[in-house]
Design a protein around this ligand. Sequence first.
Ligand SMILES: Nc1nc2c(c(=O)[nH]1)N[C@H]1C(S)=C(S)[C@@H](COP(=O)(O)O)O[C@H]1N2
Ligand SMILES: [Mo]
Length: 255
Amino acid sequence: MFGLRFKLNRRLFLKAFSFSALASLWPKNSAGTVSFQTNKNIPPNYIQNRDVPGFFIRSANPFLGVDIREWGLAVGGKVKNPVAYGYEDLFGFPRVSQVSRLKCVECWSAKARWEGFRFQDLVDRAQPHPEAKYVTFQSADSYYESYMLEELLRPRVLMVLRMNNQPLSKDHGFPLRLIAPFKYGYKSVKYITQITFTDSRKRNYWADYGPYSVDGTIQPGIDHPLDFNKKPLPINGGEVFHPFDSRPAAPKTPQ
Ligand SMILES: Nc1nc2c(c(=O)[nH]1)N[C@H]1C(S)=C(S)[C@@H](COP(=O)(O)O)O[C@H]1N2
Ligand SMILES: [Mo]
C-alpha cells in the first residue's frame, strides 16, 4: 500500500516538472552548486510561503504535497498493538491547541496556533514494549526524523492537524506534522506517514545529509547550531529552497 502511494506521487511529480527542470531542482551536493536565486523553474511558492506571514516553506527536496486518498498513518515497531490510522481517525483524539514558535536553523522563526493531539494518545493505543525508548518518523517526501520517546511526551510537543484555525496546508505538513518548540525546526517533521518505536536511536535526514545534529535542541542565545564565537556562519546546502542560496558553503563542523 505504501509502495503504491509513492508510485502515484512520483507520477504526479513527473507530470508537473520536465526532466531538465527536475534535474536543476534537485540538490547537487551539500556545497550547493545550484543557484536557486536565478533558477526560474522553481515555483514561487517554494521560495517564500504566501499563506502564513513569517513562515518559509522549508523542504529538503521538492514535494508537491500528500494526496489524502493515498494517505495512511502506520504506527508500529516494538509495540504490542500496531495500528493503522486513516485521516478521520485522528480527529477522534482529545483536541489540544497551543501557540508556539518554530525556529529554523537558517535564522528565521515564526509562531502559529497549532492544534492536534498528544503523542501519549498514540502510545496508549500502540502500547510500546519497555525497551522501545526511541521513535522514528517517516514522511511522505522521504524525510525522516528520530526522537527519544521521553521527549515526545513533554508538555509542549504536539501532533498537529491544524495551523492558525485551518487544516494544515499542503506545504506546512498536511495531513499530519509534529511540533516540538524546544527543538530546531528541522525536527518538526511534516507529512508523517509512519511512526516506528525502536530500541536503539536512529538518525535523521539532516544528520545524514547535512551538518545538523540528531538531537537538535535549541541552544539559548545562539541563532543556529553553526554560530561559533557569536559569529553567525552562513549555511548553504541545507534546505534547498531558500532565496539567499548564493551564499558560500559553510564548512562541515562537528557539534
Ligand atoms: N517531511 C519534512 N518535514 C520537514 C522538512 C522537510 O523537508 N520535510 N523541513 C523541516 C524544516 S528544516 C523546517 S524549518 C520546518 C519548516 O516548517 P514549514 O515548512 O511549515 O515552515 O519543517 C521541517 N519539517
Ligand atoms: Mo529549517
